[in-house]
Design a protein around this ligand. Structure first.
Ligand code: SAH
Length: 486
């Protein structure tokens, strides 16, 4: 199986830095199931192409079969599919391009963060659902999609098309995003990867999907196929996606798992692939997603505290800012985030178009860092830090405390953060794992209280606590909310 990635970046050979693979070399990487080769069929300043060729050793593949690694569990397909196994390609990508997929590049850090012109080709991609499905998955991500069905046998046109397409993707994307999208979507298009899915696949999916999956119109279909319809895992993954800052607003209004029924899938009859019965999910009223309950809890708190002027610190893509904007009680709403990308998404939502009677904008978005005192943060009745503190490196947290409680000093500060004790209730979250790859810590209820009491005492605030989400008798609620007042 062959994957090529081409760029016309100037100079195009910088692709070698981004992929951490030198354009002059042919390199081979041993895999459990064969060998992955990386080489550059063309490498000049105007155009550079990297190729990943997977040479599958059927004997090795058979030997690894049965090991508890889903990527290798090709089962009955093993004999006829060694040259087209998308999951093996995805697995090889994860090994060979690991650093590039994390968006890291010490020698060209700026480039790793920037969208660059890319062309990706896969001459023989197994693709259930045909070219339309490939188009449906890749086009919403900003790719121009060329997908041509491969005939079963070119000598016998009457035989029709095979289940393979020749795929060409063209677009301007961050290389890391492109690689992660391929990593997730190639096996999903193949749809033959899994009849055994390990719980850590949820973490892999969330990590690889960061920045694009939550906002994908078919995120539910992708997630279901990726997780082989294991309902508990699918529910956890969709819940975590709805919770992420990239999730679109409308995501909050429905239960993603109920969006569409699982497709009737003949391959689901394979051992272990049967969708699990989901006893919890028989309730007539679909549960309200946690992200929505959190927004509601914050809005209720702000109303109860009578705070018409609100600053949302670490606003992300503007989930809360949008809701504050819809509520005419709030007179002045400002969202602040350090991430240009998050603010770009927030602006695209049109959050800044709203003007008050005096034509002063009611809603504003600012780029800023919470670790530096900033006079633009002053003059509000309330500041909100919704799911933000856990994204701050612990040594930087005291700076944020000083900026918010010491310098901006609004009458009310609302802080929400995950309750780590609740994590045992998420199926598919490994013990000790955190809910989001960018979290620097997650606190127990006692840890949050210890922090909050100390901060309140240092800066002359009182604090009380509100559980958000179902308050489990043993482990508490999934989200903890602290209301600081002075
Ligand atoms: N409050 C939003 C987003 C939470 S994600 C929501 O609940 O949907 C955390 C956000 O904090 C991210 O958008 C991140 O960019 C931002 N952030 C992290 N560290 C920051 C800092 N030092 N200054 C400003 N924003 C920061």
């Amino acid at each position: 199986m062959l994957l090529t990635i081409t760029t016309t970046l100037a100079p195009a050979t910088d692709l070698g830095f981004l992929l951490h693979k030198h354009p002059d070399r042919v390199q081979a990487f041993g895999q459990a199931f064969g060998t992955a080769h990386v080489f550059y069929p063309e490498a000049d300043a105007a155009r550079c192409t990297a190729a990943l060729l997977l040479d599958v050793d059927p004997v090795k593949l058979v030997r690894t079969r049965g090991k508890s690694t889903p990527d290798f569990s090709l089962g009955q397909y093993v004999n006829d599919r060694p040259y087209a196994a998308s999951s093996l390609l995805a697995s090889a990508m994860a090994g060979v391009f690991r650093t590039a997929m994390r968006g890291r590049c010490e020698l060209r850090p700026e480039l790793a963060r920037t969208a660059i012109p890319l062309e990706v080709t896969l001459p023989a991609l197994p693709c259930r659902g045909g070219p339309e499905r490939a188009e449906g998955f890749f086009a919403p991500l900003g790719w121009q999609v060329g997908a041509v069905p491969v005939p079963l046998d070119p000598g016998f046109p009457g035989w029709g098309d095979s289940r393979y397409v020749s795929l060409t993707l063209t677009g301007e994307l961050r290389l890391a995003d492109a690689l992660n999208q391929l990593y997730v979507l190639l096996p999903v298009l193949d749809d033959a990867k899994h009849y055994w899915v390990a719980p850590d696949e949820v973490d892999k999916l969330i990590r690889a999907g960061e920045g694009w999956l939550a906002a994908h119109p078919d995120r539910a279909g992708i997630t279901r196929r990726y997780l082989a319809n294991r309902r508990g895992l699918v529910r956890t993954a969709l819940g975590r996606l709805a919770d992420s800052e990239d999730a679109p607003e409308d995501e909050l209004d429905r239960d993603p798992i109920e969006e569409e029924p699982p497709a009737a899938d003949p391959t689901a009859a394979e051992p272990g692939a049967a969708p699990e019965p989901d006893p919890e999910h028989t309730a007539a009223v679909p549960p309200v997603p946690l992200a929505e309950r959190r927004v509601q809890a914050v809005l209720e708190t702000l109303h109860a505290q009578r705070t018409p002027r609100v600053i949302d610190l670490g606003c992300g893509s503007g989930k809360l800012v949008g809701r504050l904007g819809q509520d005419r009680y709030f007179e002045k709403i400002t969202g602040v985030d350090v991430s240009e990308r998050a603010l770009f998404i927030a602006r695209r939502r049109g959050l800044q178009d709203d003007h008050g009677p005096d034509r002063v904008p009611r809603v504003e978005l600012l780029q800023g860092a919470l670790t530096y005192a900033d006079e633009r943060f002053r003059g509000y009745d309330a500041a909100v830090l919704m799911e933000v503190i856990e994204h701050i490196d612990p040594p930087r947290l005291p700076a944020v405390e000083r900026v918010v409680f010491g310098d901006a000093r609004p009458r009310v500060v609302v802080v929400t953060t995950p309750n780590s004790e609740y994590n045992v209730r998420y199926e598919g979250l490994a013990p000790g794992a955190m809910r989001h790859p960018d979290h620097r810590f997650e606190w127990t209820r006692a840890e949050f209280r210890r922090w909050a009491e100390r901060v309140a005492a240092d800066h002359g605030y009182q604090v009380r606590y509100v559980p958000v989400g179902d308050d489990d008798p043993d482990v508490g609620a999934p989200t903890q909310l602290g209301v600081f007042t002075r």
